[in-house]
Design a protein around this ligand. Structure first.
Ligand code: GMT
Length: 376
């Protein structure tokens, strides 16, 4: 098959969409395609370099004259330049806002007929879709794309309902790199973090946005630790940090909660964890749930958005209603105390990750779309 030159537009900072865009690019590069990332900085997971991966930084010069630096325009300008100079075959855009709009503008500026695939990841629809002034812009970005994908059926349905686009939406699930996310030997990490061997470890990984509903994680944990010796690992950082620290202080559980900050050793952190706690208000997919599953860590999570497409309640994890702290505590204690149940969830979870979300299958699906829109 012909090797393609693919322009990738994504958010380079902490977040599942950047992770998926990066892992997908690395796997495509290994298949011989040439990837051109057009972003404001090197995507944070692009640690593993590959000769087929190139980076084109978006910079904004002379922004002091503007009240708001026009990033979207600068991005469009860079997209146009890269389309022409690198003779790209297609663009893969992650996140409708503003990337799909910048891609449409960049394509127009380049006077190009290049194919555009937009992948919807979540809050570009589930939060911005409620914003009257942005909904039309999201719809425009979607309608200007040749192919639109969503990371779950739930997100597809939300998009059709909230945005009412003229486009068909195809579902392609997220995936993880199975070489990185495997059950592994925890080494001394537990002791290094000051956790006793006999203590259970609950882990929450996110970008600490309000939508992650971390107060419920912390409040539930306070009740769980009354019954079980445990520590809570909070991995990542973001806008809710101060609020969460305040709640932890009010609950008097500072000594049992460990903030790790941003980390790249997710598999190692998961290796010392007994349970993933994820009580989001909104979640199009929940990539960290799949990462945990592949590492043999079962989750207690909310029945929201695409989460039930990843976790089947009572089979490979537990699902609870948003805000039902009592149930979340009950389920977490059950999972942490019942070894037989845990073993069953772990086995089923590993199987789900291997079969339903296998990277080869998902990367094949994207590759097929790439050939469908590529310039002939
Ligand atoms: O969850 C976030 O705040 C980050 C956001 C992103 O931009 O990466 O995540 C979204 O995309 C991920 C990858 O497809 C999904 O796993 C997350 O569920 C989705 N987040 C939300 O829908 C809130």
């Amino acid at each position: 098959m012909e090797k393609l030159k693919i322009g990738v537009i994504c958010y380079p900072s902490l977040g599942g969409s950047g992770v998926v865009a990066t892992e997908l690019g690395l796997m495509m590069a290994k298949r011989g395609h040439e990837l051109h990332y057009i972003t404001s900085s090197v995507p944070f997971r692009l640690l593993e370099r590959h000769e087929n991966i190139h980076f084109h930084e978006v910079t904004i010069e002379g922004y002091a004259v503007f009240k708001y630096p026009p990033y979207d325009i600068a991005l469009a300008n860079q997209i146009a330049r890269v389309i022409i100079e690198e003779e790209l075959d297609l663009l893969h855009v992650h996140y409708a806002m503003p990337h799909a709009v910048s891609a449409a503008l960049g394509k127009d500026m380049a006077e190009s007929d290049i194919g555009v695939i937009t992948t919807l990841h979540g809050t570009d629809v589930t939060i911005l879709g409620y914003n009257e002034s942005l909904r039309n812009t999201v719809r425009y970005g979607i309608n200007k794309s040749d192919i639109v994908t969503a990371v779950s059926h739930s997100l597809k349905e939300d998009t059709l309902e909230l945005i009412e686009p003229d486009k068909e939406i195809r579902v392609i699930y997220n995936f993880i790199d199975e070489k990185t996310y495997v059950p592994s030997d925890p080494g001394t990490l537990k002791a290094d973090l000051g956790i006793r061997e006999d203590e259970k470890v609950l882990i929450h990984i996110s970008n600490f946005r309000a939508v992650k509903n971390i107060p419920d994680v912390v409040k539930s944990f306070e009740q769980i630790r009354r019954k079980i010796d445990a520590k809570l690992l909070l991995v990542g950082e973001g806008p809710e940090m101060d609020n969460i620290r305040r709640i932890i202080h009010e609950l008097g559980i500072e000594n049992d909660v460990i903030f790790t900050g941003k980390r790249n050793d997710m598999a190692e952190l998961l290796a010392i964890s007994d349970m993933m706690f994820h009580l989001s208000e909104q979640e199009a997919f929940g990539l960290v749930l799949l990462e945990a599953m592949a590492c043999g860590v079962p989750s207690v999570a909310t029945i929201r958005g695409g989460i039930p497409e990843v976790i089947t309640d009572g089979e490979n994890g537990f699902l609870v209603e948003l805000g039902d702290i009592e149930k979340a505590v009950e389920r977490a204690v059950e999972l942490l105390e019942n070894d037989e149940l845990r073993r069953m969830f772990i086995e089923n979870g590993l199987q789900t990750a291997r079969e339903k979300f296998h990277s080869t299958k998902i990367v094949d699906e994207y590759e097929q779309l790439y050939y469908e829109v590529a310039r002939k």
